[in-house]
Design a protein around this ligand. Structure first.
Ligand code: SAM
Length: 521
């Protein structure tokens, strides 16, 4: 399941641009521009450290690199989510400030760009990568990211990573790490990427390797661009956008908090979002100390998610407009915005979610809404709501479980976890949920079908298939509804279609899909 922001750390963290010309260096008084941690005593000029035996000194391994390695192993061995594992680990080991930034960039950047680095490493290792000890392979990937993605000077990247290998994998593998990373360091990133593209069997494979996407995902994204009236030559930009950590975007829930309320936002720098009137962009990456977030008046939410929710709430319905339903609400990001909007309009929200632990998250997300805004938070199968409560709602949101291919930038490891076989199960469920939502809405009411995937099988094909079977639904002008939801003066580029597909490389949002439908009499 995917598509949620609140419970996976929203921003996805990290600052990797994944760009072809590498990234910024890391330097301050404790972490040198070599990305190497200086001990506090040394930076103070304290000579007592020299009393340590030289062999012990050599074995000291940088805590930031060890933390990155340990998270990579958790991700591999326990299917963990890096952005759930890393922050507590940094806290537990008291890794802070620049060191925490370095560990974060190293972890998330290595995970995102794993495909690129594996293709490069494969040319430097004399046996197939899948035969290597997975821990050793992770060390090599971490070294490759320091060399090619973080501008850590070669000698520091190699020697620190060899130290990490010695500490975590063993002395023998450490020698191999030394030899392999020296070969990696012989060329700059651009040269490596040209080699990958030149030696690939076709252009798409070359691009997928260079921009670190599984081939099936690169192919699906290319088809999605074409199916949404965009040029397939945009694929390189789209894949590159997936490799850049998104800026943290907040939602100021209407009626609960104003952007101008200084006390609510504390000491952080905020700028207005690009599209949604509710969106604020955080200049920095840690929203946890913001009072409005702690109190549930605001949240971390991609601007695309805000825009599709605002579009559903704003599209006109004739007659009664009192009961709104979020059919797949967990963890509750869109439900909280929808509930705030419902409260302003005298309507009430029912939030449904099949997974009990996610229904609990929805309750938490809705806790700050005014009395009367929420009729109920339920745990139940959304596929049954249409038969259990036919025609009972005026507006229904189906934010369907999906592959999440539109939010790859947010979840560093997800592209390597998804497989094409996930699609079959998801698209069946998506059809059933949309059909149920159309039964649950009254004639004249509206349904928003939303995914955070642009995959055509999860978006256009689901809608077309479901509508083929019924004569009581009309497609609405979704671009017009999205335009009406924009902040004043914003002018959003949208394809000439009756649905809307947003794109990271065009709109700076997740690749959200929205189709608005009206149930006819
Ligand atoms: C894309 S997420 C929804 C994200 C949510 N709208 C938000 O903004 O926070 C999809 C949700 O659908 C839930 N889900 C999956 N199958 C479902 C079903 N049959 N009925 C209801 N919810 C379901 C998943 O557990 C997941 O929480």
């Amino acid at each position: 399941m995917s598509g949620y922001e609140g419970d996976r750390g929203g921003s996805g963290g990290g600052s990797s641009s994944g760009g072809r010309d590498g990234d910024r260096g890391f330097g301050d008084e404790r972490r040198s521009s070599a990305g190497r941690q200086r001990s506090a005593s040394r930076s103070r000029g304290d000579r007592s450290r020299t009393s340590q035996a030289p062999s012990e000194r050599r074995k000291r391994t940088d805590p930031a690199r060890m933390a990155a390695f340990d998270v990579l192993r958790e991700v591999d061995e326990s299917d963990a989510y890096a952005n759930l594992v890393l922050p507590p680990l940094l806290r537990e080991r008291r890794i802070r400030g620049r060191d925490a930034g370095f560990a974060t960039e190293l972890t998330y950047g290595t995970l995102r760009l794993r495909g690129r680095y594996d293709a490069i490493l494969a040319t430097c290792v004399d046996r197939p990568l899948p035969g290597l000890d997975p821990a050793l392979l992770d060390v090599l990937r971490l070294g490759a990211h320091q060399l090619l993605g973080m501008r850590v000077p070669g000698h520091a990247a190699v020697s620190e990573t060899v130290g990490l290998a010695r500490n975590r994998v063993g002395a023998g593998p450490a020698q191999m790490v030394n030899a392999v990373l020296r070969r990696v360091s012989e060329r700059p990133l651009d040269e490596w990427l040209s080699i990958l593209e030149k030696e690939a069997p076709d252009t798409l494979t070359g691009l997928a390797l260079a921009e670190s996407h599984p081939l099936w995902i690169a192919r699906a994204l290319r088809e999605a661009l074409a199916g949404n009236e965009r040029g397939v030559d945009e694929l390189a930009d789209l894949l590159a956008a997936d490799n850049a950590a998104p800026r943290v975007t907040l939602v100021a829930r209407p009626g609960l908090v104003e952007a101008s309320d200084e006390d609510a936002w504390g000491d952080v720098d905020l700028v207005a979002g690009r599209w949604a009137p509710t969106a604020l962009r955080l200049e920095g990456s840690d929203p946890s100390g913001i009072p409005a977030i702690r109190e549930g008046l605001a949240g971390v939410q991609d601007e695309g998610s805000q825009l599709v929710t605002l579009a559903l709430a704003g599209v006109p319905v004739e007659g009664r407009d009192e009961r709104w339903l979020d059919l797949c609400a967990g963890p509750g990001g869109k439900a909280a915005l929808l509930g705030a909007l419902a409260a302003q309009r005298g309507a009430a929200l029912v939030a449904n979610e099949v997974a009990p632990h996610r229904a609990r998250l929805v309750r938490g997300a809705l806790a700050a809404l005014p009395d009367g805004a929420v009729e109920e938070v339920r745990t139940g199968d959304g596929r049954e709501v249409g038969t259990e409560e036919p025609g009972a709602y005026d507006r229904v949101l189906v934010d369907a479980p999906c592959t999440g291919l539109g939010a790859l930038r947010r979840r560093p490891e997800s592209r390597w976890r998804r497989t094409p076989s996930d699609l079959a199960a998801l698209t069946g469920l998506q059809r059933e949920l949309l059909a149920s939502a159309l039964d649950a809405v009254r004639p004249g009411g509206v349904v928003a079908y939303v995914t955070c995937s642009p995959h055509l099988a999860e978006t256009q094909l689901v809608v077309t298939d479901v509508l083929k079977k019924r004569g009581d639904v009309e497609r609405l002008d979704t671009p017009a509804a999205v335009r009406s939801a924009l902040r004043p003066g914003a002018d959003i580029p949208l394809a000439e279609r009756d649905d809307v597909q947003l794109w990271p490389h065009v709109h700076g949002t997740d690749a959200m899909h929205l189709t608005l439908l009206r149930r006819t009499a």
